[in-house]
Every structure is written in C-alpha cells, then in structure tokens.
Design a protein around this ligand. Structure first.
Ligand SMILES: Nc1ncnc2c1ncn2[C@@H]1O[C@H](COP(=O)(O)OP(=O)(O)OP(=O)(O)O)[C@@H](O)[C@H]1O
Length: 227
C-alpha cells in the first residue's frame, strides 16, 4: 500500500543543509505494523510526516495506494489526510474547551458528516478505546492515559486505512504506556489498519514483527519472525 522510492528530505537553515532523509526505499503492505526506531535527529519524525502527507520530500515519491502524495495539490492532500490517515502524537493536542466526544467529533467535520451521525460515531470510537463512560468529560477532567485514548479515538473515528503514531506513549508512565500500547495493538488487529509507530521504547521494538531503524537519514528494515 505504501511504496517509497528514493525519498530524500533536505532542510535548509541559512547556509546549513540537513539531509533528514537520504534516499529512502520502503514498502509497507496493507495491514502491516512497522515500528520505527533510531537515535535522536535520525529522521524518524520526518519519515512519519512524509507518510502522512504533512510535508513533501525534496526528491523521490511517496505512493499510497498508487497515488504519489508528493505530487498532490495541498487541497487534495488535505482530503487524503482527513479521510485516510489517522495521527496520534506524543502530546495529545485536545481542544481544552470541548469534551471528549466533541474532540473526537471534530475529526468528522471536514468529511461533511451530519451532527447526529458524528455524535453516534464519536461515542462508538470512545467506547472502542474503553472511554464509553467519559463522553462528556473535559480533557482537564481526564488522566493523561485517558486523554491519549481520546486522541486515539479521534484518529480512528473516520475509519482510516492508516494509523501513524509518533511516540504515542512518550508522555506516560509505565502502566499507562502498557495500556495505551494494548489499545493500539487491538485496534490494529481488529481494524486491519496499516500501522506505523515511532518509539524509543525498546521493549515495544523487540516485539515488533517489522522494525525500521533510521540513522542519519538512512533506513534499515529487519523482520522478526518470532514476534
Ligand atoms: N523544519 C526543520 N527545519 C530544519 N531542520 C529540521 C526540521 N525538522 C527536522 N530537522 C532536522 O532534521 C533531522 C531529522 O529530524 P527528525 O525530527 O526527523 O528526527 P527524529 O529521528 O524524529 O528525532 P527525535 O527522536 O529527537 O524526535 C534533525 O537533524 C533535525 O534537526
């Protein structure tokens, strides 16, 4: 489903250039889980931005189901992101004045889903992450782990094909980390999502069926048949 060919991303800052990605070739099949690791500054977040169409490569192509995201107009890209790709970040970025259900509903507004249907689907998504009893709580009335669950519900309510997670457990203590990982794992399995996750957590990486290590913009992928 994803096919990256010769993907490079060069940032310029004054006279300095940084090759955040340097000629990446990578294929990710539909329904695959890929865990991405590597030293700080290696290019992990940049790769995720390319997969999510949040930024465009300097060179190369990022095909998602045969469409090169690098060639799409901003307007088309926005549509692809809104309908096909769910994002979960380390900081959950919930809107503080909206309750859990309203935060999740917000993801359906750009898709033109009617209010009643939005409410129904948002409640369903929150139930699927174990927050069915917290629909009207504000973010400030939820724990960190619960807020991250709301963010996950917001990412999956549109029923995306792809889920991209950048350090989704980075702000959580160990117990909550395990809980959030269990939620993501079961969503991946149940929904047949293509799931790409950046993490510093080696225990997660050890269990990954496919592991990509990015160092200085270069990628090395290994399969773990025992995972
Ligand atoms: N907008 C930008 N402008 C200039 N340089 C950037 C920009 N974004 C990233 N970089 C540089 O590109 C390189 C890769 O950054 P990236 O954020 O992808 O690394 P990372 O592997 O995700 O690191 P971390 O684990 O610290 O989050 C780094 O050297 C970084 O300083």
């Amino acid at each position: 489903m994803y096919r990256l060919s010769g993907v490079s991303k060069r940032y310029r800052r004054g006279k300095q250039t940084i090759d955040a990605l340097d000629g990446i070739d990578l294929t990710i099949d539909q329904g695959d889980k890929l865990v991405v690791q590597g030293p700080t500054g290696g290019g992990k977040s940049t790769l995720l931005q390319m997969l999510g169409g949040l930024d465009k490569p300097t060179a190369g192509s990022v095909e998602l189901d045969g469409t090169d995201l690098a060639k799409l107009s901003e307007a088309r890209l926005t549509k692809v992101r809104a309908s096909t790709i769910g994002f979960v970040f380390q900081s959950w970025n919930l809107i503080p004045t909206l309750n859990a259900r309203e935060n999740v509903e917000a993801a359906l507004v750009p898709l033109g889903v009617r209010a009643k249907e939005r409410r129904r689907r948002a409640a369903g998504a929150l139930e699927s992450v174990g927050l069915g009893e917290r629909l009207t709580h504000l973010p400030s009335e939820l724990s960190g782990g619960q807020q991250q669950r709301v963010a996950i519900a917001r990412a999956i309510v549109k029923e995306p094909k792809v889920l991209l997670a950048d350090e989704p457990t980075g702000n959580l203590d160990e117990d909550m980390r395990d809980e959030i990982m269990a939620v993501l794992e079961s969503l991946w399995r149940e929904r047949g999502l293509t799931f790409v996750m950046v993490t510093h957590d080696s225990s997660i990486a050890r269990k990954a069926p496919r592991l990509a290590v990015i160092r200085k913009g270069h990628i090395k992928v290994s399969e773990n048949t025992r995972a």
